[in-house]
Design a protein. Structure first.
Length: 255
């Protein structure tokens, strides 16, 4: 059995394909003509330029506040109260450490202190005069003794001239002068010691008066400014530990 010849069939298929492809081009619509894009005229651009400088960037915050002192001292009479003699400062005054800001009435302590100082001076002068007199007597007694020693030496060297009784009288004079000199020296030393004791006693009395005066006065404990003064007038009574004055230091502040 012989196979059919495939070559004529293949050729026929190719021809049919070409025919269909050729005829298909006429089936699609004709493409529209592509138009050229419209031309746009560019406008001239003007640029504004600025010169840039390097500077610090600051962020500022505004707020309100007040400064207060961190060092504030209240002043009051601590030992005892009393009657106001005078208040020496006002609010806003500047004061220094140790300055008197107020004072109580006292029993003439100022005058008593002056009188006690005078007593001490008078006592020193009296003892000084007494010591000077004793020192002078001591020097005179020493000179007298030197003369007696010289006479005694001369008498001992001339025993044939002076009798035993005369030499004994000389010895007695010398012994008496020596005793007197010793008494003067002892009296001077006692006088010095007695003066020291009496002056010490007067100084103790003076110190007591000064302490009483100090307790009757108020002193600023710091350098600063007065920010408060109690409304006290002369003759008003004030109690212990009642605040009379307040002082603060304007150099020690916090926000």
């Amino acid at each position: 059995m012989s196979l059919p010849n495939k070559k004529p069939i293949a050729l026929a298929g190719i021809c049919i394909s070409i025919a269909i492809g050729t005829s298909g081009c006429y089936l699609f619509p004709k493409e529209a003509e592509v138009l050229a894009p419209p031309s746009i005229e560019s406008r001239e651009v003007t640029y504004n330029t600025y010169t840039v400088k390097k500077e610090d960037s600051v962020r500022e915050i505004k707020s309100s506040g007040s400064f207060i002192s961190t060092l504030k001292e209240s002043v009051s009479f601590t030992e005892t109260g009393g009657v106001i003699k005078k208040v020496y400062v006002h609010s806003g005054d500047s004061v220094t450490k140790g300055q008197v800001v107020a004072e109580l009435y006292t029993d003439n302590l100022d005058e008593q202190i002056k009188q006690k100082n005078i007593e001490i001076k008078k006592l020193k002068l009296r003892y000084e005069d007494g010591r000077n007199k004793m020192k002078n007597d001591i020097e005179l007694k020493k000179i007298e003794l030197e003369q007696l020693y010289a006479q005694q030496k001369n008498m001992n060297s001339l025993k044939e001239v002076y009798t035993e009784s005369e030499r004994e009288q000389m010895d007695y004079k010398i012994k008496t002068a020596e005793i007197k000199l010793l008494e003067l020296q002892n009296s001077l030393q006692s006088d010095i010691e007695m003066e020291a004791l009496e002056i010490e006693q007067l100084n103790l009395q003076l110190k007591s008066l000064q302490e009483a005066l100090k307790k009757s006065q108020l002193y600023s404990p710091i350098d600063g400014k007065v920010v408060y003064v109690d409304n006290l007038n002369p003759g008003d009574r004030v109690t212990a530990y009642k605040t009379v004055v307040i002082v603060d230091d304007p150099n020690e502040l916090q926000l």
